[in-house]
Write a new protein. Structure first.
Length: 126
């Protein structure tokens, strides 16, 4: 990929992994564009929707830090919670940087929040 990286900015993307183990990468970037979580700037209209996440075999990759070429790296904090009213049942992953409000970045459909733990093996951090 060349040029600017959108990090999902302003997008609602539906992600479906299919049969077998899948890895959903929700973080990245480069030194030139900055690093950090995808889908972290537009509220509910800026989100990844995972339709077939299976915590016993799939992985979600999240960023430990958020930065841009003009700002220093700050640690990203993640929380799990219920999804907003206009979404189907499932779990929301919310990201916040130091001092910021949690932003929904991912909707995991048909997986209850109490069945997930951010320290579990299905979550990886880069």
């Amino acid at each position: 990929m060349f040029g600017n990286v959108s990090r999902g900015s302003g997008e609602t993307d539906i992600l479906y992994g299919g049969e077998g183990a899948d890895t959903f990468i929700l973080a990245g970037g480069s030194g030139r564009e900055g690093i950090g979580p995808y889908y972290s700037e537009g509220g509910e209209r800026d989100i990844a929707i995972l339709l077939d996440f299976n915590p016993t075999e799939d992985k979600i990759v999240l960023s430990r830090f958020n930065s841009s070429p003009v700002t220093p790296a700050t640690e990203v904090e993640y929380t799990l919670g219920t999804l907003p009213e206009d979404f189907p049942a499932g779990t929301g992953i919310y990201a916040s940087s130091t001092g910021g409000l949690p932003e929904p970045i991912t909707a995991i459909i048909n997986v209850a929040p109490e069945s997930l733990n951010l320290s579990a093996g299905c979550f990886q951090y880069v």
